[in-house]
Ligand binder design. Structure first.
Ligand code: NAD
Length: 459
């Protein structure tokens, strides 16, 4: 099958590469010349485990190429996948300008039997609007299908190659059949291809992300309540998770969800609800709780050190904080809406020195923050003379650190764990003052408050 994928970001690059892997002839298009040049040189602009090898293999076999020439790719394609970004507009609605720009450009070029496949996450009704626009521009009926993507960054190849399900929204059975044929190699373990209306397919993607976000905000709210009442959310989580009606997934408390999908999709769905005259009370609450949750850890830090967030920054604060984990989750270099950035911004405002570490996201962070942060290649380096450590992403190598070495390196043995990686009792024994999410804090047996008090100016 001759395929063009327009938009070669996290989704487009993975989609194009995985489709080439099963023998399709794929052209990935992007308007970003630098990105296309990198890919042509065999370099991968994003971190995604296993992707570099797969891109290399398929490019070498001549099944996968990269270009900025949308017109040529569109003319030749039987299937034209659209995977451009659909970010939040200022009012929380979905900005479809990239999608419309592509549609307007490709309309006159599409082959008679071409199918436009919307892989970007788009609000319900977009498929119908795209079909209408294409027929206006071409003077004939054009087939448009919805094929939302459910991959997770960090496990994207596996998710694409072995999906739980594939959702296809199509008006005509023949169109669904073409996509069913394309996806057959990925569904060999009897996972379903669910053919439905384009409207249902569009809603399915948003409802999935909204429900996952809801679970996260729900457990975060419960965690905060546990903490106030002396309960331990980890015990509560286990107490509920064994109930088969509830389960364990997406019920880990933390510092709030980030990334390019959950925040914008919750707001995007809320905007759709409002446009249809419905008050999206749950979605609004999910978003609101998440915004607050992103500040929970930094507030613990401020409280512990006696600094308050205020318009007046603390001049030349002597505080140094190590930050482990900058991406919005492990396994990716994606820092879009990452909770770590909220913490970093607030501590920088207060003049705190930040020694940061992330195994793959530091180049992206450096692009935004320049030399305002101290970048540390190894997580231990970040701890040097730190007054505290804040853990923002649960990379695997943070799970079993050398606590004795950490204790020696840090100026004060204080840990603010936004991912509940450690056992509080063990931390106390190891000499740390330890704060986590939804669990009672523990004070070091040898209290760090015996260290000299810090001078806090202003605030
Ligand atoms: N990232 C995820 O985990 C994920 C998962 C499922 C669905 N989605 C959805 O997939 C879509 C893409 O997400 P992403 O994370 O891959 O975005 P991204 O920002 O990583 O990639 C989008 C790409 O589109 C390119 N682009 C923009 N306008 C273009 C144009 N006119 N012509 C050609 N290229 C153009 C950009 O240069 C960029 O490379 C979004 O709708 C998103 O909601 C993302």
């Amino acid at each position: 099958m001759k395929i063009a994928v327009v938009g070669t970001g996290y989704v487009g690059l993975v989609t194009g590469t995985c489709l080439a892997e099963t023998g399709n002839d794929v052209t990935c298009v992007d308007c970003d010349q630098e990105k296309v040049d990198l890919l042509r040189q065999g370099e991968i602009p994003i971190y995604e485990p296993g992707l570099a090898e797969l891109v290399g293999r398929n490019a070498a076999a001549g099944r996968l190429r990269f270009t900025t020439d949308l017109a040529a790719a569109a003319k030749a394609a039987r299937l034209l996948f659209l995977a451009v970004g659909t970010p939040s507009a200022d009012d929380g609605s979905v900005d479809l300008s990239a999608l419309w720009a592509v549609i307007d450009q490709v309309a006159p070029l599409l082959a008679e039997d071409a199918i436009v496949v919307l892989k970007s996450t788009v609000p319900v009704g977009t498929n119908a609007a795209v079909a209408e626009r294409l027929s206006e521009l071409t003077g004939r009926r054009c087939d448009v299908a919805s094929n939302p993507e459910f991959l997770k960054e960090g496990a994207a190849i596996d998710d694409f190659m072995k999906p739980d399900r594939v959702v296809v929204g199509a008006r005509r059975a023949a169109v669904a059949e073409v996509l069913a044929d394309l996806y057959r190699p990925y569904l060999r373990t009897d996972k379903p291809l669910l053919a439905m209306s384009p409207e249902s397919a569009e809603m399915t993607k948003y409802v999935a992300n909204a429900l996952l976000s809801t679970k996260i905000s729900f457990i975060n709210e419960m965690a905060n309540l546990c903490e106030r009442t002396g309960a331990d959310v980890d015990e509560v989580r286990r107490g509920i998770g064994h109930d088969r009606r509830i389960g364990f997934s997406f019920l880990f408390p933390g510092v709030g969800y980030g990334g390019s999908c959950f925040p914008k999709d919750v707001c995007g769905l809320a905007a759709v609800a409002r446009a249809h005259g419905l008050q999206p009370r749950i979605l609004d609450a999910v978003h609101e709780v998440n915004l607050q949750q992103k500040t929970v850890l930094v507030e613990k830090i401020e409280h512990h050190f006696g600094i308050r967030h205020s318009a007046f920054s603390i001049q030349h604060s002597p505080l140094t904080i190590a930050v482990w984990g900058l991406a919005f989750k492990p396994g990716t270099d994606d820092i879009r809406e990452a909770p770590a950035l909220v913490l970093i911004d607030r501590l920088l405002e207060q003049g705190v020195t930040l020694r940061v570490h992330d195994p793959v996201a530091m180049p992206n962070v450096r692009r935004e923050y320049g030399e305002r942060l101290v970048y540390c290649r190894r997580c231990e380096d970040a701890l040097q003379d730190a007054d505290a450590l804040a853990i923002m992403t649960e990379w695997k190598h943070f799970v079993h650190p050398d606590f004795e070495q950490m204790y020696r390196l840090m100026r004060r043995p204080v840990i603010f764990d936004g991912r509940n990686l450690y056992d509080p009792k063990r931390m106390k024994q190891a000499g740390f003052t330890y704060y986590s999410i939804g669990r009672p804090p523990v004070q070091a047996e040898l209290s760090e408050t015996t260290l000299p008090a810090m001078e806090v100016v202003g605030g």
